[in-house]
Design a binder for this molecule. Structure first.
Ligand SMILES: Nc1ncnc2c1ncn2[C@@H]1O[C@H](COP(=O)(O)OP(=O)(O)OP(=O)(O)O)[C@@H](O)[C@H]1O
Length: 268
């Protein structure tokens, strides 16, 4: 397993306390607690429908929780004015599950858009910077003028990542970034996230079902279950937690294979 980069002794970058989310009678989160520390890659896992995406959307300000407190960079999200909130939200980069690129725009136009809208750059400057971001996300130069429909799933993810990086965020939120990628593409994406975190000092909140991602990229893992975070800790601690879902997930055939791949010499 990789060494943890984050210092959990520092003040958290994001602090969630007493979070409650519900849709009608359906309670998704109740008294949920979670921290994201500076420089860490936090993997967020849980069964389907346990509220991983809802948690992500609450933290980035796309969903107003029913109750609770979300502190981001030391500020209480709910008590900020709309302007202050919008300034704060620009310090996040978000990669949504399906990439959410504009299909009628080329990749460089997609990535340039936040630079024009939020940073006030002229189009030519924004597109030049967009090409740098696309390269940072591992795309070849000729991809810049392509349209999303012309790209593979892996390239779309990279373009969406480039857009999430457009405004030089301090924290990156990724919703199932390797879903739909083949294993080689997924492994390359995991390495890219690690490289970017190390190079740019990002803190990363990463929703995933991908066990390989947990083993190769994450410093800590948070498990969502029964409306809250059941445990958030290093992977070995989480995997040893006494809980049926955790046991099935980490110690089933896929979990064992991911662990073997991550620790080939430790396996008998
Ligand atoms: N806008 C909404 N209106 C009503 N219910 C919603 C809404 N968004 C999410 N939900 C419900 O909240 C629950 C949690 O959804 P969420 O998408 O966060 O799950 P998840 O853990 O990310 O699942 P998956 O792993 O399948 O992506 C689900 O039961 C979902 O149907």
């Amino acid at each position: 397993m990789r060494a943890a980069q984050a210092s959990t002794s520092e003040a958290p970058l994001i602090r969630v306390r007493g979070l409650e989310n519900r849709f009608g009678q359906h309670v998704v989160h109740e008294d949920l607690e979670l921290d994201l520390y500076p420089g860490e890659i936090l993997g967020v896992v849980g069964g389907s429908g346990t509220g991983k995406s809802v948690l992500l959307r609450s933290i980035v300000g796309l969903l107003r929780p029913r109750a609770g407190r979300i502190e981001v960079f030391g500020e209480d999200l709910q008590s900020l004015s709309a302007d202050a909130r919008s300034r704060l939200e620009r310090r996040f980069g978000v990669l949504f599950q399906r990439g959410a690129l504009f299909t009628s725009l080329s990749l460089q136009e997609n990535v340039a858009l936040p630079l024009i809208e939020h940073a006030g750059l002229a189009r030519a400057d924004a597109e030049a910077l967009a090409r740098v971001k696309l390269a940072l996300a591992g795309l070849p130069g000729e991809a810049a003028i392509k349209y999303p429909a012309e790209l593979s799933g892996g390239m779309i993810k990279r373009a969406a990542l480039a857009r999430a990086l457009a405004l030089d965020p301090e924290a990156l939120f990724l919703d199932e970034p390797t879903a739909g990628l083949d294993p080689i593409g997924a492994a390359a994406f995991d390495r890219l996230i690690l490289t970017l975190r190390d190079a740019l000092g990002l803190s990363v909140f990463l929703v995933t079902h991908d066990l390989d991602t947990l083993y190769t990229a994450c410093d800590r893992v948070a498990v969502l279950s029964r409306k809250r975070v059941l445990v958030a800790d290093r992977l070995d601690v989480v995997a040893a937690t006494d809980d049926d879902w955790i046991h099935d997930y980490f110690h089933g055939p896929r979990g064992r294979a991911a662990q073997r791949a991550a620790n080939p010499v430790e396996d008998p």
